[in-house]
Design a protein around this ligand. Structure first.
Ligand code: NDP
Ligand code: MG
Length: 390
């Protein structure tokens, strides 16, 4: 039986790894929609190779080029955020949500409304609107599967277990590019240095977020939302080798660790094959050769993002949407060379401080419109802090 699948963010790192897996078993899948952003050449090439029904670019100005590249193929072309959400309404069995940033939320919700199984790489969906995402899945009988490696690891650790017997969840962090840098050098870290991850090959934004720990900060919130556990039960452990992805601690003292290579095709493949396990083309670990695994506690002075995430979890409501949008605006400014590396967390903290008093904004009902309003306000506030330097 062939399965109908769509990939949102097909041209990115997760999107390409997903395609790598489905191309190995072409008769098993029928591709409905593929979406991308600026990389129109790659999107058109993917759509032709997989004989997709429709290819959508996020940017209207790319539509003519996309049409030209798809000419004669019979594949539909479309552009813009609304067209992406529209493509998510096309019936599919399995949908990969791998757009980067808050832009991933609307198509994810639209796919859940069709009852499709949603493989969620886009952690921002749960950070900005966790309760809305879960409620939408519940209401439409749609299944949500984690793709973030730590969350896939926890999910696998919980198979056959009772969540009530879980005492703690430990997600690991490599520590990113600056794990071992002297603290007083961090302020001078360049874009190029922040864009080099020691273990994982990922998109540029998540790679920089790994160096700042904003990625792990988002993942703390993602863990709380996905598994419905109290924030105090979730721990972050620095593990430089990135081979143990997460550990689930039970009330009898047992820790179930998920160990595997740093290759996202494992977590993607697990979600693709769920509830079965099937062979995947990832390296098998030789633990005798690896010899030792290291763990250490994260340093709050090096990574203030983790403390900010704890404040956001305590505040609840739409503070996750504010946090994520402020982080995205600060990251844009760092990539554009407007602010230094350490300034990112200062900007995010300042936005949280300024907007936390606005309970009409933070504690409004979690709807897509209110998430957008909180996101807009946080980006504007962040930009004004960046521009005025105060
Ligand atoms: P990439 O930057 O490699 O890819 C992002 C994808 O989203 C691309 O297809 C890009 O298009 C598209 N895109 C960018 N902006 C928009 C927009 N505004 N609207 C619609 N589409 C857009 O990111 P990753 O693959 O690394 O990450 C994707 C998601 O998965 C993120 O949420 C990330 O946190 C999460 N994730 C990633 C992991 C990884 O190993 N990479 C691990 C765990 C989670 P184009 O490139 O054509 O412009
Ligand atoms: Mg992760």
């Amino acid at each position: 039986m062939t399965r109908r699948i769509s990939i949102f963010g097909a041209t990115g790192s997760i999107g390409r790894s997903t395609i790598d897996l489905i191309e190995r078993d072409p008769d098993a899948f029928e591709v409905v929609a593929l979406t991308g952003g600026h990389n129109v050449a790659r999107l058109a090439e993917q759509a032709r190779a997989l004989r997709a029904e429709i290819a959508v670019t996020a940017h209207e100005e790319n539509l003519d080029e996309l049409r030209a590249r798809l000419a004669g193929s019979g594949i539909e072309a479309a552009a813009g955020a609304a067209a992406i959400a529209e493509a998510a309404r096309r019936p599919a069995d399995w949908v990969m949500s791998a757009i980067v940033g808050a832009a991933g939320l609307p198509p994810g919700l639209a796919a859940l409304e069709t009852g499709a199984t949603l493989a969620l790489a886009n952690k921002e969906s749960l950070v900005t609107a966790g309760p809305l995402v879960l409620e939408t899945a519940r209401r439409h009988g749609a299944r949500l599967l984690p793709v973030d490696s730590e969350h896939s690891a926890v999910f696998q650790g919980l198979v056959g277990e009772d969540i009530a017997a879980v005492e703690r969840i430990i997600i690991t962090a490599s520590g990113g590019a600056f794990r071992d840098w002297p603290l007083d050098k961090l302020a001078e870290a360049t874009l190029e240095q922040a864009s080099a991850h020691p273990n994982w090959d990922m998109g540029q934004r998540i790679t920089i977020d790994s160096a700042s720990m904003f990625n792990k900060a988002l993942e703390l919130i993602e863990t709380k939302e996905f598994f419905g556990v109290a924030p105090e039960m979730i721990e972050v452990l620095v593990h430089p080798q990135s081979l143990v992805h997460a550990l689930v601690g039970f009330n009898d003292g047992a820790l179930m660790a998920h160990v595997g290579p740093a290759d996202m095709r494992h977590a993607i493949g697990y979600a693709l094959n769920w509830p079965e396990r099937r062979a995947l083309p990832v390296d098998r670990l030789d633990l005798a050769r690896i010899g030792a695994l290291e763990f250490r506690a994260p340093d709050d002075r090096r990574w203030p993002a983790l403390r900010l995430a704890r404040e956001v979890m305590a505040e609840g409501g739409l503070s996750g949407a504010v946090f994520n949008a402020a982080k995205e605006a600060a990251l844009d400014a760092f990539i554009a060379g407007q602010i230094g590396f350490l300034r990112m967390s200062e900007v995010v903290e300042e936005v949280l401080t300024r907007l936390s008093g606005d309970s009409g904004l933070i504690h409004a009902e979690i709807t897509l419109d209110n998430v957008r309003a909180a996101d807009d306000m946080a980006r504007k506030t962040a930009r004004s802090i960046i521009e005025t330097g105060a």
